[in-house]
Design a protein around this ligand. Structure first.
Ligand code: MN
Length: 314
């Protein structure tokens, strides 16, 4: 869950955010990857799409591991300019960060870490070998107004749940069907877990947002398109409601927000605007700079990879 964005996901080029589109259902395949030995499906960023609103990274992990097998061991690593959102369907993850937070997260709970100008954290399966791990880690890009600010961490043991016919929606971030998450949000956003065992349901949406679905389990249909794990379904802007049908009992994440107006540059665990900022963050991490603090973790610190572009001349 360290989220190492590589050039296989998106080139570290400075430029505009993605264009939004009108209502659509466009399946964008995820890329299979590996994060510290755990299989992940990376739904964002991909070469097909970098952002959905302020959402800029989605890794779907597992199901993996099992009793007696440590299935997640990610040592201390840094972040800037983003919030990490951790959401589990099964298993547990122990989070430790440079703010001194030590928090076990279980299914139905939310861990939200705001990096601002710098934070570091480690994530591991709790001993002695946990249940099968299944979940997602997502990043939300911070806007210019907060991305240079102080880091923070929140754990929400309970979140608002709304029933829409047979669909059960848990609101992680923002608001859905008049239920509002208590979690910090720096820009307009929605993030919700949708559970639909059978039949159909209509989910009210904010029409000024663009939205996407990422299936975590089972299969659901939007119109004629079937959404399964391994792809992101981009839904576009301008929808006031979304009709969903369970093809199999399913769990999916609904993600949305106004198209992110600022250019983003993502590299490794950093979300910034320019290569100079990325190079500074990389150098600061390698030098043990205080902006990233210290994590009290038994795991080894993860070194930054070499940049894939030529350094600017000094
Ligand atoms: Mn991380």
């Amino acid at each position: 869950m360290s989220g190492p964005v590589t050039t296989a996901d998106a080139e570290p080029t400075e430029g505009r955010a993605d264009d939004a589109a009108g209502p659509t259902v466009t399946l964008v395949p995820s890329r299979s990857s590996d994060v510290a030995g755990t299989a992940v499906r990376r739904a964002l960023p991909t070469r097909g799409r970098r952002t959905v609103g302020p959402w800029c990274f989605v890794d779907h992990l597992g199901p993996a591991g099992g009793p007696g097998r440590p299935d997640l061991q990610i040592g201390p690593h840094p972040h800037i300019g983003l919030q990490t959102v951790t959401w589990l369907l099964d298993g547990a993850v122990l989070h430790r960060d440079s703010l001194g937070s030590e928090q076990l997260i279980r299914p139905g709970q939310l861990n939200l870490m705001t990096a601002g100008q710098g934070v570091s954290h480690a994530e591991e399966s709790p001993p002695p070998g946990g249940r099968s791990l299944h979940g997602a880690q997502l990043w939300v890009a911070q806007p210019e107004t907060t991305r240079h600010g102080e880091p923070a961490f929140e754990h929400h043991a309970e979140l608002p749940v709304v029933e829409l016919g047979g669909l059960v929606a848990t609101v992680l971030l923002g608001e859905l069907a008049a239920a509002r998450s208590p979690a910090r949000a720096d820009t307009p956003i929605v993030g919700a877990d949708l559970a639909l065992a059978s039949g159909s349901a209509a989910v009210p949406l904010e029409s000024a947002f663009e939205h996407a679905l990422v299936a975590l389990d089972g299969a659901l249909a939007v119109g004629d398109e079937v959404v399964r794990p391994g792809a992101l379904a981009y839904l576009g802007e301008g929808r006031e409601s979304l009709d969903l049908r369970a093809v199999e009992p399913c769990r999916a994440l609904l993600l949305g927000g106004p198209p992110f107006g600022e250019q983003l540059l993502m590299w490794w665990n950093f979300v910034a605007r320019t290569r100079e900022e990325i190079a500074r963050a990389r150098a600061d991490w390698e030098a043990g700079h205080e902006r990233f603090g210290e994590v009290g973790s038994p795991l080894a610190r993860i070194p930054a990879p070499q940049p894939t572009w030529r350094p600017a001349s000094a």
